[in-house]
Design a protein around this ligand. Structure first.
Ligand SMILES: Nc1ncnc2c1ncn2[C@@H]1O[C@H](COP(=O)(O)OP(=O)(O)OP(=O)(O)O)[C@@H](O)[C@H]1O
Ligand SMILES: O=C(O)C1=C[C@@H](O)[C@@H](O)[C@H](O)C1
Ligand SMILES: [Mg+2]
Length: 164
């Protein structure tokens, strides 16, 4: 069974995904890195050179190319903008739900370029996307507190609800 992590930029999908894969002995895949490998370009360069629409096509393509079992896949924050992407996610979809003000605090301390945040605030993106995250989700896990606590909580829910 594969596990897809969805949620706002900076919610913790990559960090939790790596740790969860370690605990379950699954393989970790970061969809943003797959897109960069396919395009031989960083995501902010794709946005700059070709725009968001082209990026979304590449994102859908990378999602549809995921193969294998026992994978933890962290997706980009905007994967839910296109509701038809849900059908391409064959596995348990987990919404990592993190308070916007906590995300703001956390990503103030990291330096990854996030091109969507050049145009819109996290608050606006959250208002636009929140219902779509819920539409995609089989499970919802809050990541407002300690990372290890979140990951263990998720691990326990996967066992309880999906017998993993
Ligand atoms: N529970 C936590 N406690 C403290 N810091 C955290 C926690 N979860 C994530 N972080 C930190 O928040 C930042 C964003 O996390 P991460 O990169 O995993 O988010 P993401 O959802 O993958 O973001 P993006 O959509 O931009 O790829 C990182 O600096 C990470 O170390
Ligand atoms: O929230 C978004 O729309 C994005 C999030 C990142 O993970 C990347 O997928 C890209 O920068 C777009
Ligand atoms: Mg990430």
């Amino acid at each position: 069974m594969n596990i897809y992590l969805i949620g706002m930029p900076g919610a913790g999908k990559t960090t939790i995904g790596k740790r969860l894969a370690q605990i379950l002995n699954y393989t970790f895949i970061d969809l943003d890195h797959r897109i960069e490998k396919n395009a031989l370009m960083f995501i902010d360069e794709i946005f700059e050179k070709y725009g968001e629409e082209t990026f979304r096509i590449q994102e859908k393509q990378a999602l549809s190319e995921i193969e294998g079992d026992n994978l933890v896949i962290s997706t980009g924050g905007g994967i839910v903008k296109d509701r038809t992407n849900k059908a391409l996610m064959n596995g348990i979809k987990v919404y990592i739900d993190t308070d916007i003000s906590i995300i703001e605090d956390r990503i103030g301390k990291d330096f990854q370029p996030r091109p969507v945040l050049k145009k819109k605030s996290l608050h606006t993106l959250y208002d636009e996307r929140m219902l779509n995250y819920v539409f995609f989700a089989d499970l919802i896990v809050s990541n407002d507190g300690d990372l290890e606590v979140t990951t263990q909580k998720l691990r326990a829910l996967l066992k309880e609800k999906f017998n993993l």
